[in-house]
Design a protein around this ligand. Structure first.
Ligand code: CA
Ligand code: CA
Length: 399
């Protein structure tokens, strides 16, 4: 179990932890109070100005709130609200994903404006798409495509800032520069790291090249599979594709960090610092201290020296377990020692040092510094089978 192996590793400087200015700015809503002693029609106009500002910022939830205030004023003071307002409101509701209310608002527009309304065609189209979305069978939040398949969680499309700020304690330079990534389609990701149980099912079914990785004495079952290199894990993914007929694959590195962060901007998905690690992740801790002589360990005790059964610790906001800690996770991307030139659409980076591929999240073997959402290393695709490296799968959701 001893002996670290990974290829390139850039040492970064340790700096004090600060909440970034960007993070603080993103919390500030551009809003101002509307004086209640103004004429109600003027109040409504002011709320509309605010709503339009929020729409420009693509903050549809805030725009919706501002527009709701206009409707409340209308009800209270019997204001005359132009038909166009209901159309704009329907657009905002649609963009915010509130399809039922969007249908109601666009219907209201059509009632008032009739066929002569200036947004007539767009309104029909919006009514059509919002109704379709309402009637579409809800995508299961969680699913399993076969009895032996990994349990999958559907995560939403979205946008986030990838990489760590220079102020983040324990960061390495290869975690930058920070850049915005936009993922335009929802997709599915394994709730857990792939387990020995799942790997052994692949081997029993004639897949995975018949390779049965050693568990290093930790036990198999629901513990994450280890001692698998990048080529090995591609064979597991290929078996899942054949078994289910569905487009299984590894996560791209950008998708991995997106699902790890699950909307958070702190260094870990439970907070900025190591504090609380032992509730959320299996890292090198007090239990591991004796086995891992000389390693830097967390000050708390998570109860497991090598791998813990998957799902032992608290999930992140997307209901995903062990993204940080337990085992490192192979992703699709080639090794690159910075994000300069990285894709920004969530796809895998298929150029660079492709004989090495990226691993993410840190492991039971690692000090707290490695258990951060931005932490990354890489290893040789064919040569490297590590006692603390496994993977999790992803699936494209086709319509
Ligand atoms: Ca541990
Ligand atoms: Ca992990």
């Amino acid at each position: 179990m001893r002996g670290r192996r990974l290829a390139t590793r850039t040492k970064g400087s340790t700096r004090p932890s600060l909440i970034t200015v960007a993070a603080l700015c993103s919390l500030a809503l551009v809003t101002w109070p509307v004086a209640a002693d103004l004429d109600p029609a003027i109040q409504a106009d002011l709320h509309l100005v605010q709503a339009e500002d929020f729409i420009k910022q693509k903050n549809y939830a805030a725009a919706q709130e501002a527009m709701k205030k206009i409707l409340a004023l209308q009800e209270k003071h019997d204001l005359n609200i132009p038909a166009e307002f209901h159309f704009k409101y329907a657009q905002v509701l649609d963009l915010a994903g509130h399809y039922e209310e969007a249908v109601a608002a666009v219907t209201e527009y059509l009632k008032i404006a009739g066929r002569g309304g200036s947004h007539y065609r767009e309104a029909l189209s919006l009514l059509h798409t919002a109704t379709q979305r309402l009637q579409a069978p809800a995508v299961a939040e969680q699913f399993r495509d076969c009895a032996a398949c990994p349990e999958m969680v559907v995560v939403p499309a979205g946008s986030y800032v990838m990489g760590s700020p220079s102020s983040e304690e324990g960061r390495y330079d290869h975690e930058g520069p920070q850049h915005r990534v936009t993922i335009s389609e929802s997709f599915a990701v394994g709730a857990y790291e792939v387990t020995f149980e799942e790997w052994d099912a692949c081997v029993s079914a004639g897949g995975c090249g018949g390779y049965g990785p050693d568990d290093g004495g930790s036990g198999r079952g629901r513990r994450p599979v280890i001692n698998v290199n990048w080529d090995d894990v591609q064979r597991f993914v290929a078996w899942l594709r054949i078994e289910t007929g569905e487009p299984y694959r590894l996560l791209s590195e950008a998708e991995w960090e997106y699902v790890a962060r699950a909307g958070t901007t702190t260094a870990r998905y439970w907070g900025e610092t190591e504090s609380g690690q032992c509730r959320h992740a299996n890292g090198a801790d007090q239990t591991a201290k004796k086995a891992l002589d000389g390693r830097t360990v967390a000050s708390c005790d998570d109860g497991h020296a090598p791998m813990a059964p998957t799902g032992t610790y608290v999930a992140n906001n997307y209901g995903l377990y062990d993204l940080l800690g337990n085992v490192w996770e192979w992703v699709e991307d080639c090794a690159n020692d910075s994000y300069r030139g990285a894709p920004v659409d969530g796809s895998a980076w298929e150029s660079g040092k492709c004989s090495s591929r990226v691993i993410r999240g840190g492991s039971w073997f690692d000090e707290p510094r490695s258990l951060r959402s931005a932490s990354r290393e890489w290893g040789d695709t064919t040569g490297y089978r590590g006692a603390d490296v496994g993977f999790r799968v992803a699936r494209t959701l086709t319509p």
